[in-house]
Design a protein around this ligand. Structure first.
Ligand SMILES: [Zn+2]
Ligand SMILES: [Zn+2]
Ligand SMILES: [Zn+2]
Length: 317
């Protein structure tokens, strides 16, 4: 059945990719365009997260400066460090298939460049920019999670990518570390305490949106609960902070926050908003079968995304 899939050139890098892969095997950008059936941020974003992002946008040019002067520089350093010290996730490996599946379900524009670091601490985080996201996952995370839980972890991370959180996360994390000094070196004396508090509060709210992305993909609260409880068990073993990369890593928070996150997830899971977004995802998955440049019945050429063949009129799904 898979042999029927044709290959098309990536609009960005020109490499040929089988259409059912959706994302280019070389540059990870979409080869199949987004459609009205793909999930958009408004389908799942937590309202306080959306409001927070609006307020942070008012801080421009600060976020742009952080992006250009910090993230883009750090991204190259981090990439060379990861290339030296970690394993790049191979295209079409089982982990890549989970990342790809989550990327398809969440309608990403580009899949993150993904790496596995060797670490006893189960962690996963995203870093970078909307155009160039990066996902790092630790070896122990892969060891302790089963496939469904891993999907929940990755969908959470890709939820951050989809929501456009990456640059703002870094901005918030820099402020937590008391980066005011380097900001003043950059000529930015605009970081006041209220701004700091705004960013910190927003950071917590952004987690709720990422959890929502996770439940949209897994569609199973128990999977997310067991994923959380494994992380809590590990964190009780006494680690606090992570060695390399600690400034940009995200640790799942412990009990009270965890319970709050579950409560928020349950509310979302039982909402009309969730049901509508899930319907959209299911429809999208069904329509994926129609993606082909030729009709599966008569072999005539058809527009890539159209469900009905213009020659024989038959539905492709
Ligand atoms: Zn490409
Ligand atoms: Zn997160
Ligand atoms: Zn036909």
């Amino acid at each position: 059945m898979n042999d029927e899939y044709s290959e098309i050139p990536c609009p960005r890098c020109g490499a040929y990719t089988r259409i059912d892969r959706i994302f280019c095997l070389r540059c990870r950008h979409r080869v199949i365009p987004l459609t009205p059936y793909d999930i958009v941020v408004d389908d799942f974003i937590y309202p306080s997260d959306r409001d927070g992002i609006e307020s942070i946008k008012d801080l421009e040019p600060l976020p742009q400066l952080v992006k250009h002067f910090f993230i883009e520089k750090k991204l190259n350093l981090l990439r060379s460090q990861l290339v030296r010290e970690s394993i790049k996730v191979k295209s079409l490996s089982s982990l890549d298939s989970i990342i790809r599946k989550c990327g398809i379900m969440l309608g990403l524009k580009v899949l993150p460049e993904s790496f596995i670091i060797s670490s006893d601490i189960p962690q996963a985080f995203t870093f970078g920019t909307d155009e160039e996201p990066m996902l790092v996952i630790s070896s122990s995370m892969l060891e302790i999670m089963d496939e469904e839980e891993l999907e929940a972890v990755i969908a959470h991370e890709l939820g951050h990518v989809k929501s456009g959180h990456l640059v703002y996360h870094t901005l918030a994390e820099l402020l937590v570390q008391g980066a005011s000094f380097s900001f003043s070196l950059m000529g930015l004396n605009m970081i006041t305490e209220p701004i700091r508090l705004l960013l910190l509060a927003w950071h917590r709210d952004s987690e709720i949106s990422a959890d929502r992305a996770s439940i949209l993909v897994t569609n199973d609260l128990d999977v997310i609960k067991s994923m959380f409880s494994k992380l809590i068990k590990q964190s009780e073993r006494g680690f606090e902070r992570v060695e390399i990369l600690n400034s940009i890593s995200e640790l799942f928070k412990t009990h009270p926050t965890y319970l709050n996150r579950i409560k928020k997830l349950e509310e979302f899971y039982n909402s009309v908003e969730f049901k509508n977004a899930r319907k959209k995802i299911e429809k999208r998955i069904m329509l994926l079968r129609a993606i082909s440049p030729i009709c599966r019945f008569c072999g005539a050429k058809k527009p890539l995304l159209s469900v009905f063949c213009p020659s024989c009129g038959r539905s492709q799904i």
